[in-house]
Design a protein. Structure first.
Length: 166
């Protein structure tokens, strides 16, 4: 069975070759046809198949490689755009957090009275020790949110997130 398929595959290109007839009519016009004219003598030519109609394996591989490369480029551009959008959203959130921490620190430093909810659900004014603790929390929040984000090297992959130790 395999031999029959191989023989058929080898003979298929020979069947694709076309025979063309050319002749001149009474007016001197040249005609081309796949069938000879019935009343005139015509020259016969066998035309090989056109390689542009059926590309060979190397051309098909080149086309497939180009498509694969184009797909890889498109995927890389898409991933880069998604990464840039994510970084922009993170930067905007950092700016909001920074502004919120600055306003909190300014309020605490100004001496204005600050309140918190007590254990019974009522407002309690912050005493000096609670105000100092809140001020320290506001400073840490400002340091975290307002400091410039460290840039990762372009060639190094992002560090893997590890699970907290228990």
């Amino acid at each position: 069975m395999r031999a029959v398929i191989t023989l058929f595959a080898l003979l298929l290109p020979l069947a694709a070759a076309a025979q063309v007839y050319t002749w001149k009519d009474a007016n001197g016009k040249i005609h081309y046809s796949d069938q000879p004219p019935p009343d005139q003598g015509a020259k016969s030519r066998v035309l090989p198949t056109d390689s542009t109609d059926s590309p060979d394996a190397a051309a098909q591989k080149a086309i497939a490689d180009k498509r694969l490369e184009a797909n890889k480029d498109a995927k890389a551009k898409s991933e880069a755009a998604a990464k840039a959008a994510k970084e922009q959203a993170e930067d905007q959130q950092r700016q909001k957090d920074c502004e919120r921490a600055r306003l909190s620190a300014q309020g605490l430093e100004s001496g204005q009275i600050r309140y918190r909810m007590g254990a019974n659900g009522e407002r309690e004014a912050l005493d000096d020790s609670a105000r100092a603790a809140e001020m320290e929390n506001a400073r840490r929040a400002m340091e975290a949110a307002c400091s410039p984000r460290p840039k990762a090297p372009a060639s190094a992959p992002a560090p893997a997130k590890s699970a907290p130790g228990y």
